[in-house]
Design a protein around this ligand. Sequence first.
Ligand code: IPM
Ligand code: MG
Length: 379
Amino acid sequence: MNFKIAAIAGDGIGPEIVREARKVLDKIGKEYGHTFTYEELLMGGCSIDAYGEPLTDETLEKAKKCDSVLLGAVGGNVGQSSWYQLEPDKRPEAGLLKIRKGLELYANIRPAVLFDELSGACPLKPELTEGGFDFVVMRELTGGLYFGERKTVEENGVVKAIDTLTYDENEIRRIAKWGFDVAMKRNKKVCSVDKANVLDSSRLWRKVVREVAKDYPEVELSDMLVDNCAMQLVRDPKQFDVILTENMFGDILSDEASMVTGSIGMLASASLGAGSLGLYEPSHGSAPDIAGQDKANPIATILSAAMMLRYSFDLEEEADAVENAVKQVLKDGYRTVDIMSEGKTQVGTVQMGDLICENIVTVHSNKQKKATQEREEKS
Ligand code: IPM
Ligand code: MG
């Protein structure tokens, strides 16, 4: 099959990690008979430098015409870069918000997985994480405080800033459905996180989520207040399967969730909407301090590409092949500097990408070998 991917490398380490993810996708294409073509687009600081704004309407239109979007990271060093002297809506991150809204990607899935091989990096006590944990944060991405009306005014000589948190029932219903659908493919548990003891928007959230739950009798639903959830994530992360929450809470909790895995350089993310087009990006930022030094861990972006294969292109086997190749490389003891530990072999960004590609061949040809063997045994 043929797929057209918008490749938005972005800033900082973005170009290096997207290059490695493309390398892996091309390897998958070669092994499994698909063609991936890329439309390279600018977003973030590099777009400000080229066009004076972080995402132009033309670029957004081009992205809409692709089958999916692969993103590295946007943004620079806040203290140093001139991008941050611009008005807030002209800064690199505004491009990210504009593309999420413009492509109507309202469902953001961020997995938090404790990889067996990297369990030593987890900052929690071993007794809390024994047996590992594997949950996802399902974050609403195009509503709430991020997109509500905001202004700064002066009243009687006092400056006042206003941000508005709005949700309507339809916005809540569609993300809740995503949460339950994903739970059905996992361990069938949804924990809906809100602040219903204070906020009206949260009370509506809770009500609508409970309504949606009626269509999913197999899924166990619980409600949790966001402050308690922040605590439970470090007290007992194993209790979670799908954490379903609104935009701002999801922003905060997903960072916390990634930290407890101890390996933010490994965590992928997918932003989806009603159609098959999605935006796939690592959960980490653009790390300008290590850009261009072959130090960045490309695995989160490569695993994001795997999510693209699964969620946008429906290529389940190919997605598995990428994920298995990553696991194998870790098993073989290869590490980028961020996940390095004693006795392991340290590699750079490029070599990590190469190793994952090599293992895709192995995984796939092992499968073929097995299938041939089974056929021969039968005949
Ligand atoms: C994220 C980031 C963004 C967000 C920023 C860069 C605008 O923190 O993707 O979590 O807050 O959504
Ligand atoms: Mg964030």
